[in-house]
Unconditional design. Sequence first.
Length: 286
Amino acid sequence: MSDLLPQIREICRLFEIKPSRSKGQNFLVNEKIYDDIVAAAELEKDDTVIEIGPGLGFLTFKIAAKVKRLIAVELDDKLANYLQIGIDAQDGDNVEIINGDILRFNLDSHLAPNSKYKIVANLPYNITSIFLRLFLSGKRPPETMVLMLQKEVAERIVAAPPEMSLLALSVQYYADAKIIREVKAGNFWPEPKVDSAVIKLTIKNESKLDETSRLAEDKLFFRLAKMGFSAKRKMLKNNIAGGLKIDQKIILDILNKNKFNPLLRAEDLTLEDWRKLFAALREFMV
């Protein structure tokens, strides 16, 4: 392991940077993992990449060396200032440092219409869900995302029946998800209380609908999914009948016609099962 800890401590001392747990600031000290993240991103020389949470820039410079353009979004003022000094010193003309909140980031202000991009992120764990929803279901999703997440969250995202959750369904609806590697807590400073994992999401582009129609159908699909997962201990038929306010016999008839076990719970269905069920119930989704 290439231990970057002495260098990181010295940078923090010189620039009076104190890692904040509330901001999820745990600096990765293992250079091999940075290299694994870059490899997973499969970067090409014409790529545009948005890096989220660049921290002290160790990953930033590795990405910048491989792509046409890198936009690094850093919330912390001191870290953003340090990064800008580093970019200026190395004449990094393909790197733009944005001192701001990724959840308020305006893609259209920074990317040309219809231009593609990739995301690489070491996300603060407390924004994972809203971040995924924002970038997966938005009007301009990326081609791929390589993310450092809490290990437990990464495992939930790639889960299969009977361990499906609304989170797993929500991500798998939009992307193929794969865990690249586990990252033990000892690879960070300060050391967090939980292990992490690097996960890659490859975005699907399956819909043949126009943007407005696609967004409307997605909204209806997840309305049904939320009904199904609304009460974990109840069977799917009960949750959906209650959510749609229709007779349970109608739901049973639809389940039987589509060869679903009427005793199923939401976590027992695959993404394709949910698509099939949605098609069968679409007429009731008004």
